[in-house]
Design a binder for this molecule. Structure first.
Ligand code: URP
Ligand code: ZN
Ligand code: ZN
Length: 464
């Protein structure tokens, strides 16, 4: 059905103007002032956006939905994650495929893709995590890039004995990624030092969630960022540091960039608004906030916001990794190293960044839309299909009510976890209409769309 969005204030990284947007056959076909609704097909759906902001659909470049991890499985599936994403204004997800150390990459790709197909209501793609790099894996990774439309890899410099890739395989992978034009996203920490420090803390009886951060301090993350950027310098690969939590890691990336390394930085919303004291909450409640890299001292939040404002940090994602408090997080009651790592945020991201970024005066609207949508599309080979409001772009649009005020809560969340990390928090602004390729999928914080509408976005390598 054709769609006309009337009179909204259109915001992109380069534009701020009032116009009507007409969409047909899943794409934007006209952007003009005063489109005459009477001249359009009779079945055109009309959305009154006067007094509202209109953004390109938001993109979350870092989510976990199917995630076998730390002896359990993350709680969401594509249905719950899509509903949560859309209710918050996110129309495209990039999920991490995280196979086990002996799994074949191609069968992992097929497993993850089959779980999304027919069940997603958002459009989606995958970063392919590389946890082994033998000959068979290399052959299959090339096929995943050439035949399946995947244009980004993921490496973990953390999680010893599970997802971690050793340095010689990391070097080989970066060399291959350079040849293929594939960007390598990286979890930057040091698996061996973390394992050693955790063993020491546990032996000393320091077993609660408050010891998670001291077991992987900022210097450990900075070392990971320095290592990935050093290897990128040696191989010419393009790299992207995920969920960067502290100023030390940002400095390492910026220093490398000044040497000519092609490195992008991602922040995620928990590090921007939560701090280390959350993991220190009594009665094991801190476990709700155990993620890696950990929540840091509050001073790092301002450094991250400043880096977003200045363009040193390109994107804001979530690292949505949903585990229940009861039955999953409590697997680590006697030992914090067994708490499944992750904080669910897929529904809350956009409102939190709008409230604590735009409304708090830390970033402007252009930076907001750039960091939460356009940059991810550009870096990961989806622009201008995604992340743009232009003729020919997919009609993924968010009509945003900047005046709405409300609270975040588990009650209004579609994620399946038994808690909301931002329970009771005040937010300003809400997605009043959300479209995916021209179909309304969410209204006023509620999913109203079609499960199964979401499509796999086939991407081509762009990092040559
Ligand atoms: O704590 C986190 N970040 N959990 C998900 C896995 C990862 O490292 O991204
Ligand atoms: Zn990670
Ligand atoms: Zn992650």
């Amino acid at each position: 059905m054709p769609l006309l969005i009337q009179g909204g204030r259109i915001i992109t990284p380069n534009d701020d103007f009032v116009a009507d947007i007409y969409c047909e056959d899943q794409t934007i076909t006209r952007i003009e002032q005063g489109i005459d609704a009477g001249s359009l097909p009779k079945d055109t759906q009309i959305v009154d956006a006067r007094g509202k902001l209109v953004f390109p659909g938001f993109i979350d470049p870092h989510v976990h939905i199917h995630l076998p991890f730390m002896g359990t499985h993350a709680k969401d599936d594509y249905e719950s994650a899509s509903k949560a994403a859309l209710a918050g204004g996110t129309t495209t997800l990039i999920e991490m495929i995280c196979p086990g150390p002996s799994d074949e990459p191609m069968s992992a790709f097929r497993e993850w893709a089959s779980l999304a197909e027919g069940r997603a209501a958002v459009d989606y793609s995958f970063h392919m995590a590389v946890v082994r790099f033998d000959e068979l894996a290399q052959r299959q990774l090339r096929a995943i890039v050439h035949d399946e439309g995947i244009a980004s890899f993921k490496v973990f410099l953390a999680y010893k004995g599970a997802l971690n890739l050793n340095d010689s395989d990391l070097f080989g992978l970066l060399a291959m990624a350079r040849e293929l034009g594939v960007i390598v996203t990286a979890h930057c920490e040091n698996a061996d030092t973390i394992a050693a420090m955790q063993a020491r803390l546990i032996a000393d009886g320091k077993t609660g969630p408050e010891w998670h951060e001291p077991s992987r301090p900022t210097i450990v993350e900075a070392e990971g960022m320095r290592r990935i950027t050093t290897f990128a310098e040696l191989t010419g690969a393009h790299v992207y540091g995920v969920h960067t939590s502290c100023s030390e890691a940002v400095y390492e990336a910026v220093k490398a960039r000044l040497r000519g390394v092609r490195v992008w930085i991602e922040a995620v919303v928990p590090h921007l608004v939560l701090d280390k004291t959350c993991a220190e909450k009594p009665n094991f409640e801190g476990a709700k906030f155990v993620m890696s890299p950990p929540l840091r001292e509050k001073r790092h939040q301002q450094a991250l916001w400043n880096a977003i404002r200045g363009g040193d940090i390109a994107t804001i994602g979530t690292d949505h990794a949903p585990f229940d408090f009861n039955g999953q997080k409590d697997m680590g009651k006697a030992d914090f190293t067994k708490i499944p790592n992750g904080v669910p945020s897929i529904q809350e991201r956009v409102a939190l960044v709008y409230t604590h970024g735009v409304c708090a005066g830390r970033i402007d609207l252009q930076t907001f839309v750039d960091a939460c949508s356009t940059q991810a599309a550009r870096i990961f080979g989806m622009y201008p299909k995604k992340g743009a409001i232009g003729v020919g772009s997919d009609a993924d649009l968010v009509v945003w009510d900047p005046e709405w005020r409300g609270k975040l809560s588990k009650e209004h969340s579609y994620s399946k976890t038994d808690y909301c990390a931002y329970e009771g928090w005040d937010v300003q602004g809400r997605a009043s209409v959300v479209t995916v390729r021209g179909e309304v999928q969410a209204r006023d914080g509620k999913f109203v769309g079609n499960i199964g509408r979401g499509e796999l976005i086939r991407r081509k390598p762009t990092h040559f």
